[in-house]
Structure formats: structure tokens, C-alpha cells
Design a protein around this ligand. Sequence first.
Ligand code: TXA
Ligand code: MG
Length: 321
Amino acid sequence: MAEITTDASSAAEALRAGRLVAFPTETVYGLGADAASDSAVAAIFEAKGRPRINPLIAHVADADAAMRLGRFNDAAMRLAEAFWPGPLTLVVPRAEDCPVSLLATAGLDTLAIRVPAHPLAQALLTAFGGPVVAPSANVSGRLSPTEAEHVAESPLAEKVAVILDGDECPVGVESTIIGFDAGSPVLLRPGGIPREEVEKVLGQSLRAAKAGAEGTPSAPGQLSSHYAPRARLRLNAAAPRKSEMYLAFGPDAPKGVPGLNLSPTGDLREAAANLFAYLRILDETGVDSIAVAPVPEHGLGEAINDRLRRAAAPRPGEEQG
Ligand code: TXA
Ligand code: MG
């Protein structure tokens, strides 16, 4: 069984031994491995049941370390300066001497790189001293963990050596992923930094990612089922139906219905921070269906709605349509 601790040095030791470590970032908990080790990287895909064509993000402690892994154009440099450390991932061409295992990038010549801000992630990356690949620490297709207990209670717990406990993740949705297509910036995944803030720094709008199947690099997991609770989700519901739980948003939510409110004041940051944990709580009541209130599409609402749509999408093996 995994050791649950706040000691980053013992987690770094486990990484050096080729083991897996769950650790907090400001977005969600990650399942980390030594990025330079083929066998440790393979263990991540194995543990998550993740398709091997779905590449991983390499995490490092600072922008200098990031710039040794990949080639940054002007726009990428500006974004790194503005948002690192923080919930931003940049997809850039691999540097020639990049030590990250080719297994981690599914053979692509690009690499997704992120510098997380969470103090325990920083402590782990500094103690380890090299890049750490880390997908979210959930079984592939399920809800992302935002508390150490979410990992401890999941089937992944027995596959990790250490769970670093850093309390609740303050952002609550994964990093915003920006790629570059012939140099021009593309929003590959909405996330913890709102599109508007990225566009302000770039002085231009972000192009949309081309729609693709789960795990295809141009549009990571865009339309297919992901982040799925056991219950079904019914989106844009003004109120729950009989026997549904309600995930509400904002001050005008119907009163006296069973469920939770993502943010009674209508604050999108608070809603993002609560999203995955509240879906878990409602799912654990055993209901068949969770009705979800409409959430505005601006700011962090874009990431919240993206996760909700994927959570509601038809699941593999189910009839489409
Ligand atoms: O906030 C986050 O980003 C969290 C924490 C743990 O850092 N990590 C995370 O990793 O969300 P994961 O594996 O659940 O999602 C990474 C996404 C995948 O959709 C993957 O397809 C995409 O990043 N990705 C990774 N490398 C890529 C590349 N070279 N080109 C395009 N997409 C890439
Ligand atoms: Mg994930």
C-alpha cells in the first residue's frame, strides 16, 4: 500500500528507484514517474490503463529547465514568462538532446511541458532534479483527483509507492494546453488559465484545436468520453427531475432540491475548484443521473463546460447517439 506523506524527499527517492508517485499540483493530483526511464513511463500507461498513443506532460521546477527540454518560439517564451509557475502547459518541438523517453510522447516530435506552482510539486521536482512525466492520477477516463484521498481510495493506490498529501488542489481543473501550428498558437485544452488571459498576453486570439478522437495529439481527448462518473450527466438542466441529484451553479439555483452548489455566489474559480470533488460526492450517493445547471462559457467556465461535456459523452461500448 502507498505511503501517504508530506515528505517530498522520500517521494523523490521513489522516483529515482523507478517507482510511481502521486503528487499534488495546483490543478489536480498527478501520477508521476521519472521521464527519462522507459520502464517507469511504461508503468504509468499500465497503471492508468491509458492508451499508449496519448502522450504525457513533462513537469519541471522552473522555466530554465523547461527550455532545455524543448524549443520555445517568441509566443511560447512570452507565455512561459507570464504564467509559469502555474496551470499552463506548452506543447513545443522537442530539443535535440531532450532526455524524456520517447514512450512518453508516443513518438511525437513535440513535447508538452509544464511548471507547476504547488509548493509540494515544486519541492518534489527540485528534490528529484529531472523531468517528471505525470498524467492526472486517475484510472483512464474517470474523474481527476483533487484530494490525496481520491487517489488513496482508487485502484491506483496500490500501484504507487508514495502519495504526497498537499490538501485540496486550489484550481481544480487541469492546465490549459497551448500548442503551436506553424508558429501560431492553438488552444489544445481549455484549463486553469482562462483563454482570455492567454490571448491578452499574446495580443491575438487562440485558434481552436481540430476535433479528433480520444488521445489524438491535435485535440487531446476533445469529444470523447472522459472524466466520467458512474452516474450519467444531464447538462444545462434548470432543475433536477425526480430521483436525480442536482449540481447547481450560482445564486438563482432552485431551493430545496437534493445536491450541491458549485458556487452559490456564481464565482467560476470556486466552481472549478469544487467541480471534480462535487461530482464524486454526488456519484457516491448511488444515483443514476446527475442533472447539472448551465455554467457560463467565459473565463474558467470554458474549462468547466469542456469537462462536463466529456463527462456526459457516450462511453466506450455504449450506443452512440
Ligand atoms: O494540470 C494538468 O495538466 C495535470 C497535472 C497532473 O499536471 N496533468 C494532466 O495530464 O492533465 P493528462 O495526461 O491527464 O492530460 C495531458 C493532455 C492529454 O490530453 C494529452 O493528449 C495532451 O496533454 N498532450 C500531451 N503531450 C502532447 C503533445 N505532444 N501534443 C499534443 N497534446 C499533448
Ligand atoms: Mg487526465
